[in-house]
Design a binder for this molecule. Structure first.
Ligand code: NDP
Length: 292
């Protein structure tokens, strides 16, 4: 079997077009959607992510404010900026790029973002709301994966889904979203005894591991839907310097029914859902303004 490829770029472009229309409508009502992004330190990967987010905002008609701090900034200074942004009615979304330097308590920083502006969906209250199937800002990567499954018409209800990875930003919320959508979900991680036993019986596999080409075709059920969240820069071999996912695309695409590539799969959807959350927040602000 040769899998059909899910084109994340095409889906992201379509959804971003809809977001840009909504942003223009809000701007016409006097509420221009606005995302504030905080970057601390000089991690090159973080700088690229922030640049991509800011540029995606601009293209969608979302204003972005960027605040860069040196590696040794005090947590107090960043907390003060967060308090200011929380109180600013012109700011609808606030994002602190992770990871933060060692002097920071990351959880405390995420808690300091207003729940109503937490467009990354990492605040404990939004996570709790998600776990209770209440309306919440959904974390962008797993939300993007759900959008992909929906747009491909994948039946999630009743499916056996295996999520590999249990991080707070991908694995755990992914498992919650799939559970809420009616899948029977197994979460695997580094302590899982027999990973292939689980993946071989999965209708849907989501790999969020951070290990290049780790999931191979022989670990999959024929026809499975394979979503590769991983983004890894290869350091050796003939493809050194290139990006690879957590799935070995060559062997997996021979077995799977549907598969996402890396790059061009989940990645573009992550930023798209960040834009979507920012516009949702701005539309709530517009509704409040209209009601006032
Ligand atoms: P983390 O490092 O936080 O989590 C990795 C998870 O993989 C952990 O739960 C870990 O288990 C598990 N794991 C590690 N080794 C194994 C193994 N041998 N077998 C089974 N499970 C294993 O990573 P993230 O969740 O932040 O990211 C995962 C990947 O997704 C990375 O490549 C990252 O770059 C990418 N990513 C991509 C995004 C996108 O937009 N496409 C967005 C965010 C991340 P344990 O908990 O036991 O340590």
């Amino acid at each position: 079997m040769t899998a059909r490829i899910i084109d994340g770029n095409a889906l992201a472009a379509r959804v971003r077009g809809e977001i840009a229309e909504q942003a223009a409508q809000l701007a016409a009502q006097g509420v221009q959607p606005c995302l504030a992004v905080i970057l601390v330190g000089n991690d090159p990967a973080s700088a690229v992510y922030v640049r991509n987010k800011v540029s995606a905002c601009e293209k969608a008609g979302i204003r972005s404010l960027r605040f860069d701090y040196p590696q040794d900034v005090t947590p107090g200074e960043v907390m003060a900026k967060l308090a200011e942004l929380n109180a600013d009615p012109a700011v609808h979304g606030i994002l602190v790029q992770l990871p933060l330097p060692r002097q920071f308590d990351e959880a405390a920083v995420l808690e300091a973002i207003s729940v109503a502006k937490d467009v990354d969906g990492f605040h404990a209250e939004n996570v709790g709301r998600l776990s209770q199937s209440q309306e919440a800002f959904l974390p962008c990567t797993p939300h993007g994966v759900m959008k992909m499954l929906e747009s491909e018409g994948v039946k999630v209800e009743g499916a056996e889904a295996v999520v590999i990875g249990r991080s707070n930003i991908v694995g755990k919320p992914m498992a919650m979203l799939l559970t809420n959508a009616g899948a029977t979900v197994t979460v695997c991680h580094s302590k899982t005894r027999d990973l292939a036993f689980h993946t071989r019986r999965a209708d849907i596999v989501v790999a969020a591991i951070g290990k290049p080409r780790f999931i191979t075709g022989d670990m999959l059920k024929p026809g499975a839907v394979v979503i590769d969240v991983g983004i890894n820069r290869l350091t050796e071999g003939p493809d050194a310097g290139k990006l690879a996912g957590d799935v070995d695309f060559a062997s997996a695409s021979e077995v799977a029914g549907l598969i996402t590539p890396v790059p061009g799969g989940v990645g573009p959807m992550t930023i798209t859902m960040l834009l979507a959350n920012t516009v949702i927040s701005a539309s709530r602000a517009a509704a409040r303004k209209g009601a006032a």
